[in-house]
Ligand binder design. Structure first.
Ligand code: 25A
Ligand code: L14
Length: 349
């Protein structure tokens, strides 16, 4: 349990990564009550300095003794690192909010989106899991509609930006775009698709392309990312038998994930009623004006905190159904912001 204090000692695990750097900006923006901040990453980043509240802070190499005196750990260094190191954070008496997939489906570990299931946080034993980015942004409007009319079935297709796969893949797409701009064709960068020394989890050229694979395939021919959306949504919404089917696609966008969400509801709901219900839900902004060609787009949502919903309309192919388009900044609400909101719940307890 977290001891009540005026200010807390916070460790950021994976501080140099795409999510890690967002942790630092958001802690600063929200004036999280911090006494000491400890920046942890791999050997690659040893000696690097990062700016926090105008002060240069050195990055330390993560090891099992990194958590001495720490109250709160914000982790985003991948699932393997979380599995290996967070048990030591628990031993040291810290409470960890973990961005990785390591503990999300553990029945003893709460999986929390503060607008949807804040109550789940109470049963934590030292680790609270932060859901997958695509799941987080989808469950806000789902929860709004579910509370109003009940949901029966969900079909979602995602359009996920490259930043979701980490800093290395942002740089990789940049490099591809530059290389292609020097040629007269937008494809065929061939064996040079993957830059030397870069981590590329995409397998294929991403610039000027779409890749219908995020994370690895499993036995049922779905990807892990798709099944995370199914299983994590059921856990967060506390509907173990919710019917949900996902297709996750990587798109050549740097920041913010978009989703086309189709919901079959238990009772009929009109476009107008749905707009009012979604608007009234915390953490959501509705941008939906067909007359003005207005709807959320990733380029406008980058850097924003809320989940943006538009293109709200009845699904005329079923008796009770809705379609909508959902966009959020995957590194903020999809990762660092949601985790810090969880930490804010913890210190408010
Ligand atoms: O397994 P998961 O949970 O599914 O997550 C896998 C990856 O997804 C990202 C995150 O990548 C994670 O590593 N991620 C996790 N949760 C996410 C979420 N909710 C999420 N993305 C979106 N939403 P990342 O690039 O953002 O962060 C990587 C951080 O982890 C640190 N790290 C890596 N190995 C570590 C470690 N820290 C401690 N011990 C280890 N063994 C990593 O630090 C980074 O902070 P770094 O020092 O390794 O990297 C510093 C810079 O170097 C770049 N880089 C990394 N590898 C290479 C590289 N550059 C060139 N070549 C490389 N091979 C990094 O991009 C970083 O800028
Ligand atoms: O499970 O590659 O949180 O875009 C989120 C980012 C999995 C990978 C997670 C990506 C990760 C995903």
């Amino acid at each position: 349990m977290l001891k009540k204090k005026k200010k807390y000692n916070v460790a950021v695990m994976g501080a140099t990564g795409a999510v890690g750097s967002q942790f630092l900006s958001i802690l600063e923006e929200r004036d999280f009550p911090i006494d000491e901040i400890r920046l942890l990453a791999s050997e690659r980043s040893e000696g690097k300095k990062l700016l926090f509240k105008k002060q240069e802070i050195g990055v330390q190499v993560l090891d099992k003794d990194s958590f001495k005196g720490i109250d709160i750990v914000l982790a985003s260094a991948g699932a393997a690192r979380s599995k290996d190191f967070l048990p030591f954070a628990v031993k040291a008496g810290a409470v960890s909010v973990d961005n990785s997939s390591a503990f999300r489906m553990d029945p003893d570990i709460p999986l929390v989106v503060p607008e949807v299931n804040p109550h789940a946080i109470k049963r934590h034993k030292g680790i609270i899991a932060n859901p997958n980015c695509s799941t987080i942004q989808m469950v806000l409007p789902l929860c709004a509609i579910h509370k109003a009319v009940g949901i029966k079935r969900v079909i979602v297709t995602t359009f996920q930006s490259v930043s979701g796969a980490g800093q290395g893949n942002i740089l990789e797409m940049e490099a591809q775009v530059i290389r292609i701009s020097k040629k007269d064709s937008h494809h065929g960068i061939g064996e040079h698709t993957v830059s030397k020394g870069m981590i590329n989890r995409f397998h294929h050229q991403i610039a000027y392309n779409l890749i219908p694979q995020i994370d690895v395939f499993i036995e049922n021919a779905y990807t892990k990312e798709e099944m995370k959306m199914v299983n994590e949504t059921r856990k967060i919404m506390e509907i173990p038998d919710l019917a949900l089917s996902a297709t996750c696609v990587r798109v050549p966008v740097y920041y913010a994930h978009s989703e086309s969400v189709n919901i079959e509801t238990k009772k009929k709901i009109t476009r107008k009623e749905a707009i009012d219900i979604i608007k009234g839900f915390p953490g959501i902004v509705v941008v939906d004006d067909p007359e003005k060609n207005e709807y959320p787009m990733p380029i406008n949502i980058e850097g924003k905190d809320e989940v943006f919903v538009g293109r709200i309309r009845e699904d005329e192919s079923v008796a009770c159904g809705l379609n909508m388009w959902v966009v959020a900044d995957n590194l903020r609400k999809g990762a660092a912001l949601n985790a810090i909101q969880i930490a804010e719940l913890l210190i408010a307890e």
